[in-house]
Write a protein that binds this ligand. Sequence first.
Ligand code: ADP
Length: 263
Amino acid sequence: MSNIKALGIDVGSTTLKIVGVDTDGEMIWHLLEQADHRVEVQVERFLELARLEQEPLDNPPLVATGYGRGLVHRAARQVTEITCHARGVYWELRHGGTLVDIGGQDSKVIEISPEGKAVDFVMNDKCAAGTGRFLENTASRLRVPIERMGEEALSVSEEVPISSTCTVFAESEIISLIAHGVSLASILRGLHRSLIKRIVAMIRTVGLVPPLMLSGGVVQNPAIRWMLEEEFGEKVILPRYPQLKGAHGAALFALEIGIQKTG
Ligand code: ADP
């Protein structure tokens, strides 16, 4: 049982996340699953599990974010992922800078002001090459678990450039390289580099305001972190649960709604 005061739900294109916070905004409960094709049913199940966590049973204020936030009819508000990621990350790290959020099917670079507001951003949701899908396609094709891809890539220093920028062509290029006896690890290293180049171009569009902070599921990949540090020559900062920062930000907005109601 938890004393959840507010809930945030992030209906992503790849995963569904829910976070419960206490009166201070601290994350005290969460769930994360691959997004189901019947996401509305999945959302209802998450909300019921949240209700059962309460003592006494209760429906705390709820804010929805993410690509499918419009499907959460019970939410008091729907807030964009950009605003929620900025809020969740700022709450934890307590400073501004450049935030890079890499999700399953989109990526964003957000400039956060010293006061914690998202003041500029650029988003890529058209091309899979700068998102988790780029790595996932290859991972499933080559039967490498997604959680192992980064370590594999970092296990060698040789990097085989992948010239195709489109996911489908990159996949055929990789299959052909493997057929020619090129080592899998050096191919994976080159594949990570392609993704990083996309992200670096996005960062340069917004302009880097250090420090560089990360969120989203893909930044749990150590090669992504390492290559970003290498490109910019400085340490990147990772929050404790990068994949939950959007849902956490949404829960912090819900907490404000709860305070307004009781205040
Ligand atoms: P969205 O919010 O767009 O649904 P997420 O931020 O939840 O996306 O990120 C999902 C992506 O994170 C997927 O592409 C998945 O492969 C990747 N991912 C999740 N866990 C890991 C991990 N441990 N290592 C590498 N990649 C991961």
